[in-house]
Design a binder for this molecule. Structure first.
Ligand code: NDP
Length: 338
């Protein structure tokens, strides 16, 4: 059983050498009397939160940090090869937390979602139909409380979460602008993902001016994936009674000194609501989410861009792509055939 292990706790940006591949044996039968399942892992999801778990004391009570010398865990799509659980049988497909390895013994299968709809690509359960999709859904509809015709801004807009937020906003009849870190991504936002406007934040000298150019009347809803200087510039450009969903702050995960927010008083002047949320709190609403999103995928009203690396050996480098912005769309790793 090939596995990706964490070498030691990291400081700053993760490097490929912080992870290594090893091989060990695994019994493909669940232990007698266990309610667990043994799964063959098919797709591994690369997610920004994983780097926080490589650092000491960064779980913030939401996640259990990784242990040096142990296999890395994350979200993935897997096939059940043996089961001691009454609701799961051999051959079922599931998504949820699994190991970065060929086969995993999962002792708490209650946390897995059984995949009932297999007419869409199975890899989608690492993205649009999995944790990032739920994040876009909960953050946009619940936290942002959008209304038709509103002005919506999304940062890291071409990524796993952002590309879906933009499409939800368009379906709602909003005006949507996204920021991303390359020409290719800006092109994707405007020409494939249906954003009204997009800009490359790396090419803008003045983020405030870029936002004023795209939103002459101001922003009603900001779906914040990056935090930092972008958030600060957005605050200046929010309209009264605007809403900001604090989804993540990927620009700040590796800085020594937090940078950016000096315009926090805008919350007061403009009566803006800014609220953080954790997708896990919304997992009980997963079937409602599927009922909303699956029909849009089937009739082509929502599309999804994936960036697929191949083979378990490529998992460490695939994860690192998130932090340099080299991923175009949802980053995942295909490690086995169904
Ligand atoms: P993405 O697919 O968007 O990948 C990460 C992207 O972040 C990169 O492609 C890059 O895009 C951008 N990025 C990287 N470094 C920086 C930087 N220094 N400044 C600005 N942008 C940067 O990731 P996800 O869609 O999976 O995640 C998006 C956000 O959502 C993250 O902050 C994540 O932590 C958060 N999240 C929160 C959840 C919750 O429960 N609240 C659940 C899941 C995710 P670019 O080229 O555009 O710079």
């Amino acid at each position: 059983n090939k596995q990706v292990m964490l070498r030691d706790y990291i400081h700053g940006f993760p490097k490929e050498s912080d992870m290594y591949i090893t091989e060990s044996s695994i019994c493909l039968k669940v232990p007698r009397g266990s309610h667990g399942v043994v799964v063959k892992n098919l797709y591994l999801s690369c997610d920004p939160y994983m780097q926080l778990l490589m650092k000491i004391n960064q779980g913030h009570g939401l996640f259990a940090p990784f242990t040096p010398g142990s296999v890395i865990t994350g979200h993935g799509v897997s096939k059940v090869v043996d089961s001691g659980h009454p609701n799961l049988k051999k051959g079922d497909f599931v998504w949820g937390t699994t190991g970065w390895e060929e086969y995993s013994l999962i002792t708490t299968p209650e946390s897995l979602f059984k995949i009932e709809n297999t007419d869409v690509p199975l890899s989608y359960y690492t993205g649009i139909l999995g944790m990032p999709g739920m994040t876009a859904y909960a953050g946009f509809y619940d936290i942002c409380a959008p209304k038709q015709g509103e002005y919506v801004f999304v940062s890291a807009a071409s990524g796993a979460v952002g590309q879906l937020v933009g499409q939800f906003a368009k379906l709602m009849g909003c005006y949507v602008v996204g920021s991303a870190g390359s020409k290719q991504k800006v092109h994707l936002l405007k020409n494939k993902l249906g954003f009204d406007e997009a800009f490359n934040y790396k090419e803008e000298q003045d983020l405030d001016a870029a936002l004023k150019r795209c939103f002459p009347k101001g922003i009603d809803v900001y779906f914040d994936n990056v935090g930092g200087k972008m958030l600060d510039a957005v605050l200046l450009n929010m309209r009264n009674h605007g809403r900001i969903a604090v989804c993540g702050a990927v620009s700040q995960y590796n800085v020594e000194q937090p940078e950016g927010v000096t315009n926090l008083m805008c919350l007061f002047y403009k009566r803006i609501r800014m609220e953080g949320f954790a997708v896990f709190d919304y997992f009980p609403q997963y079937s409602k989410f599927l009922d909303t999103v699956l029909p849009h995928i089937r009739d082509g009203k929502i599309v999804y861009v994936e960036d697929v690396a191949n083979g378990l050996e490529s998992a460490p480098s695939a994860l690192l792509r998130l932090f340099s912005g080299r991923n175009v769309g949802k980053q995942l790793v295909a490690i086995a055939h169904e």
